[in-house]
Design a protein around this ligand. Structure first.
Ligand code: IPE
Ligand code: IPE
Ligand code: MG
Length: 253
């Protein structure tokens, strides 16, 4: 049994928060990378890195909620991660259940809503059940939206959207003249979310790895060499502060 750690209980002193609430990102997306390398450096199996990374999820969710971020989207398992050894895949897909077992009560207490994006149909039942339980118990909450990308791949998402658009055009539910960026966005898993303002990737890799390719068209990117299990709420707040200094131009001047 893991020890129950208060989730948002002690709201950290405001001095610890980004001082300026202006210009805060509404939606932050994170590619949580480097768990395997973190474990390897310690002579541990890769899954030890995934386990350590799970607790960082809680710390970052707490920091996001305390910084009044609306949506935190975390890349937990990609459509390409099936290429890993079965034992590692199984472990990764057991983590949502483990995370929710420990933290769901506090998520509920703190008005967090849990959602997912990705193709859940092929996930193991125990993963689906835990996630569906968390979604239904938090669906009325209107605080932080904690959104896990689980079996998510941007190209797959786009193919599914294109198929659905074609079907709706076929059925005359949609006309091609109506098709614009907003309509396409509504066919994606992220249909009711704003695009990420800030995308963070840990571990020194600087690539998108099939994450939110449409949605990140104008996201600000923030990279750190820190491996995900070593990432902290302070590092997260540093990314927010850096974001606040950025000037987004969207092709204008
Ligand atoms: C990120 O860490 C976790 C997932 C991809 C699920 P990795 O497992 O990719 O760790 P590295 O990149 O091999 O160090
Ligand atoms: C991206 O990390 C996927 C997740 C964080 C879930 P990967 O480690 O799988 O990506 P690559 O292989 O470095 O591109
Ligand atoms: Mg990796």
């Amino acid at each position: 049994m893991s020890m129950k750690i208060p989730f948002f209980k002690q709201k950290e002193s405001k001095a610890n928060e980004t001082s300026d609430s202006d210009n805060m990102p509404r939606h932050v997306a994170v590619i949580m990378d480097g768990n395997g390398r973190w474990a390897k450096k310690r002579g541990l199996p890769r899954i030890a890195g995934h386990k350590a990374g799970m607790d960082v999820v809680r710390d970052v969710a707490k920091a996001a909620a305390n910084s009044d971020i609306e949506t935190l989207t975390l890349y937990a398992f990609s459509t390409e991660n099936w290429r890993r050894p079965t034992s590692e895949v199984n472990y990764l897909l057991s983590l949502p259940k483990e995370f929710l077992h420990i933290y769901l009560p506090e998520l509920i207490e703190n008005n967090v809503r849990v959602e997912t994006i990705g193709d859940s149909t092929v996930l193991p039942d125990h993963t689906k059940d835990a996630v569906n339980d968390a979604k239904s118990k938090t669906m009325m909450n209107d605080g932080l939206l904690l959104n896990f990308a689980l079996n998510y791949g941007s190209r797959y998402e786009m193919i599914e959207a294109i198929k659905q658009i074609a079907a709706d055009v076929d059925d005359s539910a949609l006309s091609l003249d109506e098709l614009d960026e907003d309509v396409v966005s509504r066919y994606l898993y992220t249909n009711n979310l704003s695009d990420p303002d800030l995308l963070i990737r840990t571990s020194g890799e600087q690539r998108l790895s099939n994450f939110l390719l449409w949605q990140c068209a104008y996201s600000e990117l923030w990279f750190t060499d820190i491996l995900w299990p070593d990432f902290t709420a302070d590092t997260f707040r540093q990314a927010l502060t850096d974001y606040q200094q950025r000037k987004r131009r969207y092709g204008g001047v």
